[in-house]
Design a protein around this ligand. Structure first.
Ligand SMILES: C[S@@+](CC[C@H](N)C(=O)[O-])C[C@H]1O[C@@H](n2cnc3c(N)ncnc32)[C@H](O)[C@@H]1O
Length: 305
C-alpha cells in the first residue's frame, strides 16, 4: 500500500524532524539519540582518551596548539580539555553547523583559550596557516570529505581532499605532531544499509562492495605519506558491540534522523527507505523483539616525522 508523507508522519511523529546539511542534527537531540559505541570494551571516547594518555602532551612553558575538526556537542573536546588540565594550551574548534558551535560555545564558555570556527573542515584546512601539535576528529572528517566529493565530483574532489590532507601534514604539523581520527566503517552491519540508501541520491556511494570513498581516499594519501617517511601511521579496525534498539520504531528513528540526518524525511523515497530498513532490521531482530546491530570503525594515529 502506498503511504504518503503525512500517513508516515502520523505513524512515526519523529519524521517531522528535518535539518539542512549545514545545520546537521539539533545538538540536544543528537546527545539524546546517540547510542554508546563500544569497541573492545571501550567507548569511542575512551579510545581517544587512551591515545591522549599515550602521547606526551606537555610542552613545558610553550603552549600546546590543538585543533578539533567537527567538534559537535564537544564529547571529545571535554576529554581533551580534561587531559590537558595541567598544560598551557590553545584549542581551535571547527564545525560546519552554527548550532553545534553555539552549543559548544556554551559548554566551554570559561575557556578563553578555545576559539570557534564555523567552516567546512577541508576549507578550514586548506586556508589555515597555524601549526598544530595535535589535530583530532571523531566521526566527522568523512562528512567533509564526502560533501567535497559530491560538490566537486569524484575526480576533482579526490584531488582536492588529498592535497588538503597532504598540506595539513606537511605545512601545519611539526615533527612529533599528532593527528587522530575515528572514521566510520561503511561495510559494518550498521552502515551497509545506510550506504545503500545514500546511493539512491549520491552516485559517489555506488560501490557497496568497497569501503566508503572517504576511507579509500584518506588511506591512499596517508599510506603514501607513510611510505615516503613523512609520517608514521597506525590504523586499526574495530567491530563494535551490538547496539540495541528496543523496537522497530526506535531503530528507524535513529537510522533516519541521526545516521541519515533526516535527509529522506520529506522525499518521495521515504516509504521505500523505511521499507528497506525494516526488512534489513529483520535479520538482526531477536525473539524478544529487540534489534541488535554491530557498528564498526577505523582509528588512525598519525605522527609527523
Ligand atoms: C557524527 S557528528 C560527530 C560530532 C563529535 N565529533 C562527536 O564525536 O560526538 C558529526 C559532526 O560533523 C559536523 N560536520 C558535518 N559536516 C561537516 C563539515 N563539512 N565540516 C565540518 N564539520 C562537519 C556536524 O555538524 C557534526 O557536528
Amino acid at each position: 500500500m502506498r503511504e504518503n508523507i503525512e500517513d508516515l508522519q502520523n505513524k512515526y511523529p519523529w519524521l517531522k524532524v528535518t535539518n539542512s546539511l549545514e545545520e546537521y542534527v539539533e545538538p540536544n537531540y543528537y546527545n539524546k539519540i546517540l547510542k554508546d559505541y563500544i569497541f573492545d570494551g571501550k567507548s569511542d571516547i575512551n579510545i581517544f582518551e587512551d591515545f591522549l594518555k599515550k602521547i606526551n602532551l606537555d610542552k613545558g612553558i610553550n603552549a600546546l596548539n590543538a585543533l578539533e575538526l567537527g567538534c559537535g556537542t564537544g564529547r571529545a573536546t571535554k576529554v581533551f580539555v580534561n587531559s590537558v588540565k595541567a598544560v598551557n594550551f590553545t584549542l581551535d574548534l571547527v564545525d560546519l553547523s552554527s548550532r553545534m558551535l553555539d552549543f559548544s560555545k556554551k559548554e566551554f564558555k570559561d575557556y578563553e583559550n578555545i576559539k570557534f570556527f564555523e567552516s567546512d573542515s577541508m576549507n578550514f584546512l586548506e586556508k589555515m596557516i597555524e601549526t598544530y601539535d595535535i589535530i583530532f576528529s571523531l566521526w566527522s572528517f568523512s562528512h567533509s570529505v564526502h560533501q567535497n566529493l559530491i560538490k566537486k565530483g569524484l575526480y576533482d574532489g579526490k584531488k582536492y581532499v588529498q592535497e588538503v590532507i597532504s598540506k595539513m601534514i606537511k605545512e601545519n604539523m611539526r615533527a612529533n605532531s599528532k593527528f587522530f581520527l575515528i572514521h566510520f566503517d561503511s561495510m559494518s552491519d550498521e552502515q551497509r544499509i545506510l550506504m545503500k540508501q545514500g546511493r539512491k541520491v549520491f552516485s559517489i556511494y555506488n560501490d557497496l562492495d568497497k569501503q566508503s570513498p572517504s576511507k579509500l581516499i584518506i588511506d591512499e594519501v596517508l599510506n603514501k605519506l607513510n611510505d615516503d617517511g613523512t609520517i608514521k601511521l597506525k590504523a586499526n579496525h574495530f567491530v563494535g558491540e551490538a547496539i540495541t534498539y528496543s523496537s522497530l520504531n526506535e531503530a528507524l528513528e535513529v537510522f533516519l534522523n541521526f545516521h541519515m540526518e533526516s535527509y529522506f524525511n520529506k522525499t518521495p523515497e521515504l516509504q521505500t527507505v523505511i521499507q528497506e530498513l525494516s526488512d534489513y532490521f529483520k535479520n538482526f531482530t531477536g525473539e524478544d523483539g529487540k534489534i541488535r546491530i554491530k557498528p564498526g570503525c577505523f582509528t588512525y594515529e598519525v605522527e609527523k616525522i
